[in-house]
Design a protein around this ligand. Structure first.
Ligand SMILES: [Zn+2]
Length: 431
């Protein structure tokens, strides 16, 4: 559940983040030090993560922007200006990692713009590691979009001929039929890459890209892409991974960064490409990357924006919505069966009536009329079409799906929206 902790309005970006955050910092200090009273019980409040894109992060931390020489918030690597671009070429062994004390003491002065952020006065915030790398902006909107643009536009040695671009687009459109309703969007032609939302880029990286690119792009480019795809698939698993697997994902990302430079050139090793080297540290600190990404906050933005459009009092409407959600918690578990029929076939030991659709609110939506929506991904197999099942069997299957199944289905869905100015500062507060 999301709690709105602050909503700001203005016609331009604020000049000073300390002014912008003044009220938040005062309130955050209060709740972190004193806790909050809920039902006569004092609950401890911990600020878990700040999820932002790179410009918002440097604005809040008062550090160099992502085009600056000393802009990496996690390590001390200096950028290099190559072919009119700020680049961060890979170095074996990496660079010294920054710490909270390094930030507070301004150990590397060139990293800072002026003064420190007043957030240092809020207890428990690590000014380096509490700010996640946010894979929505860094990987999906950053690296994946960059890769596709490189295949379409530049450089000449890796640019794909027009007929191959059309072949990839055609394969993506063909896959539309098989994309279940757990995904917010169906695939679109690759030529529209600059209009793709983060959720479409995520779908391409994890699901459709490995299929449509195979045998179309050269082996070294495909292997490079797959290293990123597999690493991110591992880091997005909802269950906690063994250290060996995390290290494996990290090695894949190192391999990706190194081979990326060899294939596309040192000058294209941007701030985002370098940021991949730090993303496994987020997994070690926060767990699966969906727990520290902007995706969930972006989804909440849809609700807030719809309130704004109606010229309503956003805070009041949001408060009412939260109350209703708390009252209707049981309803969320309801199973809705619809489109009754008795056309069969039925499997052994089952009887009618049958239903064409089953919906478990906010979890699973199965529609036997649609190819993409009539299968259910279980732990080890794909379940048969539910249209062929009798109601007894259906009921025994659907009301209580395993938590693992639910989390898989939720993970499979990607309902992120494009970033907006309003979300540049969002906190994830765990009470
Ligand atoms: Zn770094």
């Amino acid at each position: 559940m999301f709690f709105l902790v602050g909503l700001y309005h203005g016609y331009e970006k604020p000049c000073d983040s300390n002014d912008f955050l003044k009220d938040f910092i005062e309130e955050a200090r209060d709740v972190v030090i004193n806790g909050v009273e809920i039902n006569n019980s004092n609950k401890k409040v911990i600020i878990h993560t700040f999820c932002t894109d790179a410009p918002a992060k440097s604005f809040i931390l008062k550090t160099k922007g992502h085009a600056g020489f000393h802009s990496c918030t996690r390590c001390t690597q200096d950028g290099k200006y190559i072919k009119n671009r700020m680049s961060f070429p890979f170095k074996e062994g990496g660079y010294k990692k920054r710490t909270h004390d390094d930030y507070v003491n301004m150990t590397q002065e060139l990293h800072h713009v002026s003064t420190l952020s007043d957030l240092i006065h809020v207890p428990g915030i690590d000014m380096v590691n509490s700010f996640s790398m946010d894979y929505m902006h860094l990987v999906c909107l950053g690296v994946v979009r960059k890769l596709i643009n490189l295949w379409i536009h530049e450089p000449l040695r890796t640019r794909l001929p027009n007929w191959k671009i059309k072949q990839i687009s055609s394969s993506l459109i063909h896959l539309k039929l098989y994309i279940p309703n757990d995904f917010a969007r169906k695939p679109r032609e690759i030529e529209f890459i600059n209009r793709w939302k983060a959720t479409e880029l995520r779908q391409f990286l994890l699901y459709t890209g490995p299929i449509v690119l195979k045998k179309v792009i050269s082996k070294n480019v495909f292997d490079n892409f797959m290293a990123l795809s597999i690493a991110m698939t591992l880091l997005l698993r909802p269950d906690k991974m063994h250290d060996k697997i995390i290290n494996y994902a990290e090695n894949l990302l190192i391999y990706f960064v190194k081979t990326f430079q060899n294939i596309y050139g040192d000058h294209l090793a941007s701030h985002n490409i370098h940021g991949l080297l730090h993303i496994c540290d987020d997994y070690r600190r926060f767990g699966p990357l969906d727990l520290c990404s902007c995706f969930s906050f972006e989804n909440f933005m849809k609700t807030l924006k719809s309130m704004l459009r109606k010229h309503e009092q956003v805070v009041k409407r949001n408060e009412e919505k939260c109350k209703n959600e708390m009252i209707n918690t049981d309803f969320l578990q309801d199973v809705i069966l619809s489109n009754e029929h008795c056309d069969g076939p039925l499997i052994e030991n089952t009887c009618g009536p049958q239903y064409l659709r089953v919906e478990i609110k906010n979890k699973i939506n199965i529609n036997t009329k649609k190819t993409a929506d009539k299968y259910c991904l279980c732990d080890i197999a794909v379940a048969p079409p539910y249209g062929a099942l009798g109601v007894e069997r259906l009921r025994s299957c659907t009301p209580s799906p395993s938590p693992r199944l639910c989390s898989r289905m939720r993970r499979a869905s990607s309902r992120g929206r494009s970033p907006t100015a309003v979300n540049q500062f969002t906190t994830h507060v765990r009470a």
